[in-house]
Structure formats: C-alpha cells, structure tokens
Write a protein that binds this ligand. Structure first.
Ligand SMILES: Cc1ncc(COP(=O)(O)O)c(C=O)c1O
Length: 387
C-alpha cells in the first residue's frame, strides 16, 4: 500500500467530477462574468447556478451567498464586516477559545482597534458551557461567533441552541462552518445564523474558493472594496472556475451526505476501536459522545511519544496524518485547542489527528491498524518523554 491520506481536515482531494465541470471555465468559457457581451454571458449563468447549489446545501437563498477566495476570507469578512456595520450599537464580541486562527486572529485584530472580545473556555472534552456563554452577553454585545465543528478535535458545538440564545438577546450569530460542510447536515435557518463561512477545499472543491452566507437582513461592511461584483458586497473579478467547482462539490455533498456520513463514521469508529484495543495509554482528545464529534475525525494523545515523531514515522510508511502541535523556534508548542482543554502539556505534545475522507477504504484503515501499534511501541522504548 503506497499512500494513505488521513488528513482531510487539512484539505481534501479535488473530486474528478468537480474538475470535469470546472475545465470548460478554464478554457473555452474564459469571459469576465461582469461583461455584457457573449463571452461574459457564457459564464455569468454558471456563477448563478453555483450560487443556487451552495445555497441549497445549507438551506439559504441564492442571494444570501457571497463568493470569497477561501474560508479565512469569509471569516474575516463576517467578523470585520459585522464589527464595522454594528459599531454604533456596541463593541463587544463573544467567541470561543478554540476557534480556527481565521477567527481568533481576526478577533485579536479587532481588539487592537478598540473592540472587546470574550473568549469562552471549553471543558476537558472541549465542549462549551452555554449558561456561561449566555452570562457573557451584555448591552454592548453585537456579535457571537462559534464554529460548527472544531478542526482539531472534530467536536460539534450545539449550534441550534446557541442560535436560540443569540436570537433571544438580539445578537448577530456567525458560525465558521468550514469543517462541517459535507460531514454533517447543515441548516443556517434552523440554526438562526446571520453569517456562516464555507471553504471549498475541505469538501472536494478546489483551493482558493469559499463563500459567506449573509442572511438577507444582516448588516455588513464590505471587506474587499472594488467593483460591483457580488451585488456590491465583494469587489474583485470572480474566480469563475473555482466557483463552478464549489457549486459542483456542494451539489454532490447535498446528494450523498447521508451515505458519506455513515461510511466515514464506520471507518473512523473502526480506527478508534482498533487503536484502543492494541495500544495502552491512549487518550481521546474531544467529546467521547458519538453525536458530539464529526464522523471523520479522531484526535488521540499517545502518552510517552511525541506527536511529531509519530507523524514522521507514519509518513515513512506512506500514511499522512497531522499533529496539533506546531514546531516553532525549536520548541514544540501544544495546539491552542488541546491547551484550552486543560490537557497536560506533555500529553498535549503527543496528540495526532486522523481525519478521514470519502475515498478512504476499510483496507486502508486495517493497514494503519497493523502498522501504528508497532511504531508507538518502538518510539515509547526510545522516547525521552517516557511512558
Ligand atoms: C475551522 C476552519 N476555519 C477556517 C479555515 C480556513 O479555511 P481556508 O483554508 O479556506 O482559508 C480552516 C482551514 O483549516 C478551518 O479548519
């Protein structure tokens, strides 16, 4: 077995059927969708079809979808755009300590501009306390931003319950849905969301395209000023082929989600059960409850082994996974998500994330189960971390 890819939360392969739909828009249909002549008209319809397909996936109206260059841009647009539009109403934002940097760093930038941001902590399983969340809301609070699913642990947050709290207090609610698309059913209306971010490359579309759901009544300042594209909400000539790809991937995700979710969950559960049966001193990072984690994600700490060493050894065997720790200035820094869960820093450094995708097979998972325990045993024997 040559290569086994278990890092789908980092990115997913472009689906061949998505590429097929994109290709004409990189060759014959080269027009600028804003042009009124034949070349422009040949592509403008494709943009609107893509908008309908993305909207259908999340139960939005097509006019509520604005295309962006990625998930990070969508998060920046949501937070900075809402902060700008609502500044006269209040200057307090609530988010969580475990958001992706696309949200956290944007909040830090807003703090530097005079905004007050509260970062809701998580418990040892990485879950939120909604009573605590509600207690943080004040007269000054104008925006609440909580991710639908965490990229490192796979934890799902109770978005519909949080949406109800936001509605009760008249606070605009944004969710980073980047990791949830295609992996759990999504309904922005039921969740009472005013804003939601999507990224194409996490579910079979290409890199460099994303979308922001902007509910019809949401006030938002533009992030990118320029032409009249996207109904004056985002300047810049559209990435037509990328957007066509995003639409195609959304259509496939909407049609297949039940089947894909079931398949992902059964492979992930097999990996989890197999590893717990063959390796001692394993720690699950994230919610133990089945329905509180993405069906494709498994984050484990292998006590006594550094996550980085484990990844390198897996890579030598052709297995791609990822670690929550980032190597900076020669020291291993535990991930902010694992750290926020209060996990012992040494155990945090031994965390590895396996994230599965629709093309993984049971044969691949069984292969990982034959290879991984031996690697852990060898590393534990020689590890300075001790077991
Ligand atoms: C939860 C989450 N939000 C946002 C992003 C950023 O998306 P993009 O890579 O499209 O900028 C990622 C990517 O890892 C993510 O996992």
């Amino acid at each position: 077995m040559n290569h086994i890819y278990l890092d789908h939360n980092a990115t997913t392969p472009l689906r061949p059927e998505v590429l097929e739909e994109m290709l004409p828009y990189m060759t014959a249909h080269f027009g600028n969708p804003s042009s009124v002549h034949w070349a422009g008209r040949a592509v403008s319809g494709a943009l609107e079809t893509a908008r309908e397909r993305v909207a259908a996936l999340i139960n939005a109206s097509p006019t509520e979808i604005v295309f962006t260059s990625c998930g990070s841009e969508a998060d920046n647009f949501a937070l900075k755009g809402a902060a700008g539009a609502l500044r006269a109403k209040g200057r307090h934002i609530i988010t969580t300590a475990v958001e992706h940097p696309a949200v956290l760093e944007t909040c830090h930038a807003l703090e530097a501009r005079g905004w007050q941001v509260s970062y809701l902590p998580v418990d040892a399983e990485g879950q939120l306390d909604l009573v605590q969340l509600e207690s943080l809301i004040s007269q000054e609070t104008v925006l609440l931003s909580v991710m639908w699913a965490n990229n490192e642990t796979g934890n799902l947050f109770p978005i519909a319950d949080i949406g109800e709290i936001a509605r009760k207090h008249g606070v605009l609610f944004h969710s980073d849905m980047v990791q949830a698309v295609g992996r759990v059913p999504l309904d922005v209306k039921a969740a009472k969301l005013g804003l939601a971010a999507i990224s194409g490359h996490k579910f079979g579309a290409p890199k460099g395209v994303g979308a922001l759901y902007i509910r019809a009544d949401t006030q938002l300042e533009p992030l990118i000023h320029g032409g009249h594209q996207e109904r004056n909400r985002r300047g810049g000539t559209s990435n037509v082929a990328g957007i066509v790809g995003l639409g195609a991937a959304s259509e496939h995700a909407a049609r297949e989600s039940g089947e894909t979710i079931g398949q992902l969950r059964s492979l992930r559960d097999r990996l989890q059960a197999g590893l717990f049966a063959s390796i001692e001193n394993l720690h699950l990072n994230g919610s133990a409850a089945h329905d509180k984690r993405l069906p494709n994600t498994l984050n484990l700490s292998f006590a006594g082994v550094s996550g980085e060493s484990l990844l390198l050894n897996l890579d030598l065997k052709g297995i791609a996974a990822s670690s929550g720790s980032a190597c900076s200035s020669g020291t291993l820094e535990a991930s902010h998500v694992i750290a926020a869960m209060g996990i012992d820093p040494i155990l945090a450094q031994s965390s590895v994330r396996f994230s599965l995708g629709r093309e993984n097979t049971l044969e691949e998972i069984e292969h990982v189960l034959t290879v991984l325990p031996a690697i852990v045993e060898r590393l534990r024997r020689i590890s300075p971390l001790g077991s």
